[in-house]
Design a protein around this ligand. Structure first.
Ligand SMILES: [Cu+2]
Length: 280
């Protein structure tokens, strides 16, 4: 007990585990910060709750980097908790947005070829797992140092790190290659409704912007998919269904009868919108 009290006053030594954890955390922080800033610029206060949610996650991981650098002996336990929370929240976002005939996770995996989606969502998972692996090892070493041979410990660290780097780099290259062969899409100048970036996320209050719209009989609504993954415009009563709207594509429908038309996305049942059609 007394010995533990003494050792906790010392700073934690920086090992390879330390550096891999820091680089991994920095990657996740930068990617999530970029998503937050892009969303703030494109959606402003309509995405306020999702912006707060993302900022808290970013700040939590950023503190982890500072704690490790400061040599706090409890820094790794903090990082394990923070990275775990981040991982669980990101997974929950998918699970809770799953609905209807298809699960969003599967639907989104189909769109792995989109480099933007791959970087800002998919790539975070292997990187976070790598951080958790190294932070937990660093923590174990601090509590009970083992006289490991440098060779095995270097291999233990390098192999998973190289695997994750290869996975992320490979995913991005495949995505860029596929995107380069695809025909460029020109977004409409004034879409009536825009599917916002990060639309599927439960923290996003308005997935379709605007979510409520009133028009007159005979008018046509143009929906534009401004997100980084596919979505649908599906009437709750089966009157219209866009099917898969790819990233950057549009769907339009002309309303010929007055009424209230609710719709949703078959991949993400939390995405809902309504068009009210009036006679005059
Ligand atoms: Cu969707």
């Amino acid at each position: 007990m007394g010995q533990q009290g003494l050792s906790s006053a010392e700073k934690a030594p920086r090992t390879l585990d330390t550096w891999v954890s820091i680089v991994g955390l920095t990657y996740v922080v930068l990617v999530t910060l970029r998503v937050t800033i892009t969303r703030a610029l494109s959606q402003g206060t309509t995405a306020l709750s999702s912006l707060i949610y993302l900022s808290i996650l970013v700040f939590m991981l950023f503190l982890g980097i500072l704690f490790i650098l400061a040599g706090k002996r409890w820094a790794y336990r903090y990082v394990l908790t923070a990275a775990g929370i981040f991982l669980v929240f990101h997974l929950l976002a998918y699970v809770t947005s799953c609905g209807g005939a298809s699960c969003s996770l599967l639907a989104n995996l189909v769109h792995l070829v989109n480099p933007e989606f791959f970087v800002s969502v998919i790539s975070l998972f292997p990187v976070l797992v790598l951080v958790i692996y190294h932070a937990s090892h660093a923590r174990r070493e601090l509590m009970r140092p083992s006289p490991n041979s440098t060779e095995t410990s270097t291999r233990r660290i390098l192999l998973p790190t190289i695997a994750v780097i290869a996975l992320v780099a490979g995913g991005v290259s495949i995505g860029l290659a596929v995107e380069a062969t695809a025909t460029p899409v020109v977004p409409p100048l004034h879409p009536d409704v825009t599917i916002v970036e990060g639309a599927f996320h439960p923290a996003n209050l308005e997935s379709y912007l605007p979510a409520k719209l009133t028009i007159k009989v005979g008018e046509t609504i143009v929906w534009y998919n401004g997100d980084i993954t596919s979505h649908t415009i599906t009437s709750t009563t089966g009157i219209f269904d866009s099917k898969d709207i790819p990233v950057g594509a549009t769907y339009s429908y002309t309303f010929t009868q007055a009424g209230v038309y609710e719709y949703y996305c078959v991949y993400h049942y939390l995405m809902t919108g309504v068009i009210s059609v009036t006679n005059e």
